[in-house]
Write a protein that binds this ligand. Structure first.
Ligand code: SAM
Length: 257
């Protein structure tokens, strides 16, 4: 990559962080879905150690922390998200047991079998579902839990337009039964799976983006990278509306054997 390209790329990256920093969530989800996933987990106590990987600004982490005992470490690649995460932790008066650190989900700062629970909403795709499940397994205690949400097909066949979109965006997207099989093969008992309801995408993710996009475009008027970013987000929202019978996010909850 030439230096010129690199600087354009870094600029885009800053814009992406800014765009998503203005939203409470950086991916589809809801407090109800977080709590439903938590309801399958029965091993937590005040001294439990929990990691939320790809935590973003911590929308789901604060919900988790307010309803589960233990200490939570949020990890995200982007320092701006972690700054907001730690401010949110203080806002909820959770700073004694919820802290965010900058780091990568494929190079975790934990000991073998240190964690009681690994949480990751809409983020394991950054490593790939199968690879993430296998790699994170070693950090969990025996009997520890993993709870991740992941883009999944609802049907074995689907229209060509949406098939092509996802094959390009995330070729590892697959049907739920195949994801459950991957979880078993990685050494977990599949405890539960459930489909995230539409409001996780619409009311909690795409709708808040409408006003955020207007402000963002006003601030970056004439910036083609910012316009392109908003155009892509609007296209994604349009595809979801058109094809939501064929795909969505699914929560997968597993227990380490
Ligand atoms: N969990 C949050 C939520 O549901 O709102 C954020 C989901 S967002 C779709 C994916 C997150 O993964 C982003 O915050 C991004 O910065 C983070 N991320 C991407 N690659 C990562 C990596 N290698 N290690 C840690 N975090 C990463």
């Amino acid at each position: 990559m030439s230096d010129a390209n690199k600087s354009i790329h870094e600029f885009d990256f800053k814009l992406i962080c800014e765009y998503f920093s203005n939203l409470e969530r950086q991916g589809p989800g809801s407090p109800e879905a977080t709590l439903k996933a938590l309801s399958f987990i029965d091993n937590l106590a005040n001294d439990s150690k929990i990691a939320d990987l790809g935590c973003g600004t911590g929308g789901q982490t604060m919900v988790l922390a307010r309803h589960a005992p233990g200490h939570i470490t949020g990890i995200d690649l982007f320092a701006d998200f972690i700054d907001i995460f730690n401010a949110n932790s203080c806002k909820w008066n959770l700073q004694d047991r919820v802290s965010g650190i900058v780091g990568s989900m494929d190079n975790l700062p934990f000991q073998r079998e240190e964690l009681d629970l690994i949480w990751s909403e809409g983020a394991i795709y950054n490593m790939g579902f199968e690879r993430g499940l296998k790699q994170w397994h070693g950090f969990l205690k025996r009997g520890g839990f993993i709870a991740v949400s992941e883009a999944s097909w609802f049907t074995r066949e689907r229209p060509a337009e949406i098939d092509a979109f996802w094959k390009d965006a995330y070729p590892e997207i697959d049907v739920i039964s195949r994801k459950v099989e991957q979880m078993e093969k990685a050494g977990y008992i599949p405890v539960a799976t459930f489909v995230l309801p539409e409001n996780c995408w619409l009311a909690n993710f795409y709708t808040p983006q409408i006003s955020a996009q207007k402000k963002f475009l006003k601030k970056h008027a004439g910036n083609t990278a910012a316009e392109e970013l908003v155009k892509n987000q609007r296209h994604e929202a349009h595809l979801y509306d058109k094809y939501k019978d064929f795909y969505g996010y699914v929560f997968y909850i597993g227990k380490k054997i």
